[in-house]
Design a protein around this ligand. Sequence first.
Ligand code: ATP
Ligand code: MG
Length: 131
Amino acid sequence: MIKPDAVANGHAGKILDQIIQAGFKVVALKYTRLSEERAGDFYGIHRERPFFGELVRFMTSGPIYAAILEKDNAIEDFRKLIGATDPQKAEAGTIRNLFAKSIDANAIHGSDSNENAEIEGNFFFGADQRF
Ligand code: ATP
Ligand code: MG
């Protein structure tokens, strides 16, 4: 997901280009806005964390781009491309280093495992929306 801050700041096109130039294939892409319920479900694993309310508030604050990406070693390579959760700690040249302002408004989400990528892809896309 390209998160609401990056979309609102006009960075979505540059981020998508960086992803494609890094060798990821865009299999599915959608511009949408999460409801409170959908955002809570998506980040359900963090429901008990102190920042959950703020996370849901932020993720529903504006539209996002959701995508399914394909590449060899995609999970690890994408985490490297996006950088650390806290943009202050993200390596130079990473998407969060370039485009994120804070740990909550951190520009982009990446799946943390193949299993979660499958779940998160199904959360946004039907079988007839992937090419
Ligand atoms: P994401 O899942 O969005 O790709 P991540 O895997 O780098 O991010 P997670 O630990 O899964 O980080 O946290 C999910 C999101 O919750 C983070 O992207 C961030 O926006 C928010 N978050 C995580 N930790 C904190 C924190 N300590 N304070 C505020 N927000 C946080
Ligand atoms: Mg995560």
